[in-house]
Design a protein. Sequence first.
Length: 123
Amino acid sequence: MSADNKTIVTSAYQRIFGDLDASAVDECMSKTFVQHNPTIADGPDGVKQLVQMLASQGVPKQQIEFKHVVADGDIVILHSRYEMAGKEWRFIDIYRIENGKLAEHWDAMIQMPDERANNNPMF
């Protein structure tokens, strides 16, 4: 089950955020999707609005790089690299799966700084 949930989440994440495919939201997310990021509205429509905003701001379609994908039952945690506004970002996303769809989401993100205080990789 954990392997299936990893596939569900990584496939959905690539389609929605890598391919910027807003139509994938309805296929991959539950109608009652709960969003814990306070800048995005609950439900699939909040994510569709985010995808449309990213595309309108010139964020390129891209292959998402996953450094870590960890599953524990119905929870999947992603550690990924993403490019927005010409900058590299690192994301930690946590999804809860219900009936084969993304049902709930938490995240944390950081932009790669211009100057680093250490030489340890972020990814």
